[in-house]
Ligand binder design. Structure first.
Ligand code: GMT
Length: 378
């Protein structure tokens, strides 16, 4: 198949999933066209069947806001025609599904019918999309898509609860390339980060308020009072300065290593003992899955789609949002006993196997085929 993928090219989970999906589909023989405003961060290699088409928005002083969705829909029209793209898979409703629908209508004028598959990732529904400003456009875009998928059952339920949805929503969970997160990784340079007796706690996110990174600091502060520990803090975002200031105030700054954005999180996760994800909401929690695939148990909040990924008492523990005392208790329970830690590490890896990309990517292929067949009939 000749597939166009539209996504946010940044470090967010939706862009990561879209990129990994495109790369795996290319390995399975499909021709993939990424169409976005920057080369996606995990798209290191453009090969004979992986292409990247940049959307440029010409600056024009009359426009107070430069119209990205207009530029995107025009680019989609051009790329579909130029490369005979058969199907468009757009990640994130705003503005991608909206722009794709406009492109579809323009192409129809020329007798070309290109189906649109929209994948909902969470923030497009729970945080941004349900805002009254965007709600009509998001509802419209979802209802006009030829197929809709959501990354968890919880996100599907939220979408149906928050919007007037006429379309079916297929749950296709996020996935992981288990070979990339091999916990037998031999080049694991733990010794560079911490001494043998120190436990390594890790957090990865875009440090937005929804991630509740202050809870990460609180839990880590409590842990390091009980046992030697280091915190690996990966990511950039609006909460970073507050986090640094709080670590200074608490006197733990020398125990926290800030990595900034990283494309090598597998190398950091391979020496981690515990992963913290205390988010306010999370449609799936791809970062937790990446940790588990590296054999790292997860202490998380019990919210959104996280319980579909992290199994309480098996791959880690779930606590109420903001309950840092419970999170601390659970973290210490896992970390304080070497045998228990080993069991939780093994369980985390076992749980991640359910999200093997070889199982999940064919589900997307089946949706493409089904959607193409339906659109041919129409
Ligand atoms: O969590 C973020 O801030 C990024 C956001 C995104 O849109 O890229 O992540 C969302 O999509 C990921 C991939 O499907 C999910 O794993 C995240 O849970 C989801 N984030 C939220 O729901 C807050």
């Amino acid at each position: 198949m000749n597939i166009g993928i539209v996504c946010y090219p940044t470090f967010g989970g939706s862009g990561v999933v879209a990129t990994e999906l495109g790369l795996e589909l290319s390995k399975r023989g499909h021709e993939i066209h990424f169409i976005t405003y920057n080369q996606p961060v995990r798209l290191e290699l453009v090969s004979h069947n992986v292409h990247y088409h940049e959307v440029n928005v010409p600056e024009y002083p009359l426009f107070h806001y430069q119209p990205y969705e207009l530029a995107l829909s025009s680019k989609l029209v051009d790329m579909v025609k130029l490369h005979n793209i058969e199907i468009l898979h757009v990640h994130y409703a705003i503005p991608h599904a909206y722009a794709a629908y406009m492109a579809k209508k323009m192409l129809m004028e020329e007798g070309i019918n290109v189906p649109i598959v929209t994948t909902l990732h969470g923030t497009d529904i729970t945080l941004v999309g349900s805002h009254p400003f965007y709600k009509p456009a998001v509802t419209f875009s979802i209802n006009k898509s030829d197929a809709v998928t959501a990354v968890s059952k919880n996100l599907k339920d939220d979408t149906i609860r928050l919007f007037d949805i006429k379309n079916d929503i297929h749950v296709v969970p996020n996935f992981i390339d288990l070979d990339k997160y091999n916990h037998e990784f031999t080049d694991c340079q733990r010794g560079m980060m911490a001494s043998d007796n120190e436990k390594i706690i890790t957090h990865i996110s875009n440090l937005r308020p929804v991630k509740r990174v202050q809870d990460v600091i609180s839990v880590f502060y409590n842990i390091q009072k009980e046992m030697p520990a280091k915190l690996m803090f990966i990511g950039e975002g609006p909460e970073k300065e507050n986090v640094e200031r709080r670590c200074e105030e608490l006197g733990i700054i020398d125990k926290v290593i800030f990595f900034g954005r990283s494309n090598e999180i597998d190398k950091i996760l391979c020496f981690s003992d515990l992963f913290l994800l205390p988010s306010l909401t999370e449609s799936f929690g791809l970062a937790a899955l990446e940790a588990m695939a590296s054999g790292v148990p997860v202490i998380s909040s019990n919210t959104g789609g996280i319980p579909e990924v992290n199994i309480n008492g098996f791959s880690g523990f779930l606590s109420d949002v903001g309950d840092v005392e419970d999170m601390t208790k659970n973290a210490l329970h896992i970390l304080s006993d070497a045998n228990r830690l080993k069991t939780f590490k093994d369980n985390a890896r076992t749980q991640s196997l359910k999200f093997d990309l070889h199982e999940i990517v064919p589900q997307y292929e089946a949706i493409y085929e089904d959607t193409l067949t339906k659109c041919l009939v129409l």
